[in-house]
Design a binder for this molecule. Sequence first.
Ligand code: FAD
Length: 435
Amino acid sequence: MSTAAISNWSGSRTLAGTFLAPTALDDAAEAVARSTHVRVAGSRHSFNDVVDSAETLLSLEHLAYRHPRLAVPASGDAPPSSVEPQLDPTTGLVRVSAGTRYADLALYLHDRGRALPNFASLPHISIAGSVATATHGSGRGNPALSASLTSVELITADGSRRTLADDDPSFDGARVALGALGVVTAMTLRTVPAYDVAQSVYGPVPFGNVVDAFDEISGLGYSVSCFTTLRDDEFASIWVKRAGTELDGTWPAEVAGGPAMSEAFHPIPGVDPANATAQLGEPGPSWDRLPHFRADHMPSAGEEIQCEYLVPRPNAARALEAFRRLSEPLAGLVQVAEVRSIAADTAWMSPMYEQECLAFHFTLVRDTPRVAAALPHLEAAFGPLEGRPHWGKVTAADPARVRPLYPRRTDFLELALGLDPERKFSNDFVRRWVG
Ligand SMILES: Cc1cc2nc3c(=O)[nH]c(=O)nc-3n(C[C@H](O)[C@H](O)[C@H](O)COP(=O)(O)OP(=O)(O)OC[C@H]3O[C@@H](n4cnc5c(N)ncnc54)[C@H](O)[C@@H]3O)c2cc1C
């Protein structure tokens, strides 16, 4: 047990709770049974109070799988034990311990000819934390990682074990669970045959050209990301990631007036691209192209705060114009902002529940008071367009506006109450946004 203050990855906030990182699942179950309030920290890449606990804050980092190529201790104390994932070669389903990161799972799968269908921008984030908050990558055909989930293994409130699977009608409630159902110890995910991806970066592209041709641009590849600093009226770079048969075609010489870059580029203009994934149309395994950042490098010192809104696709044109108008209120705060597309899914608490969305993501400077003062401008821009804040990022949205945007919210609450009548796994965040 550690009473030392534990911060999130970016160092922007201290997590509430007494930190405990057991080296055996039985110890985790015992800690749950004897606590009144429990939350689990994943890789701590969230920026708000979604993780916080009024009492025990468990970490499963010592029970996570580390691929030998990336094996670095998760923290200074005990080295993590290797909990090998289990791949069923017939069904392609993989069972993985919850604290495992995208990158470690991706390399394990790669060694066996399999892959995840998509990736977040950063491969260092844990699988369970990503699933819990509807973490997503980009691509009109690509839903959030939680859509790949087929079962989840939990330690419930009394310390006993329980498995929920997708043949249960309430399983869509367990996909994006915000940590409120119990301690997730392992998950089973669908995988796909390994595939190559190549990416080419274009820019700069005038902002108006992107607004006019957004549908066309977002259809240029398996995954497309548009980056801007909002300082000039342009997108500094558009990242087109192609997969499968898309690799057979020739690359366009330009996208919406932006020429293909002839050198590697970092999403933040001017930053050394050494830690960005390979570009210039060079094919490589999907795990080494779909994330923007390389698995074997740390992307930055973490000096940032993130905010993001998911806006229903039909509101895309108005949302892009509202985004453009944020240039002035966000002056001096934006390191980079990114627009992505995400497919609809069926998870009750997913912002993409039954609707395709556009994600407006902001990497802001790590200056909490200035960011807090700017957040109402983002809410004013995207709130009227039914924008849902990303569950792991900061926002000034009013829960009273957001709750009705989740038509299955009360079903989720019922599921949580059924599994955890004393609300041991709830916290202020869950009470505020869910009930
Ligand atoms: C540099 C950076 C890049 C990012 N890129 C993207 C991106 O491309 N797309 C995107 O959508 N988001 C992105 N995010 C946001 C990030 O994916 C989410 O905040 C995600 O939840 C972080 O996962 P984590 O493991 O760090 O979880 P944490 O922040 O540790 O926890 C998040 C939630 O998961 C719960 N949780 C974690 N593990 C368990 C468990 N075992 N059992 C029960 N509950 C659990 C926690 O209780 C909490 O509610 C990024 C964040 C950073 C810092």
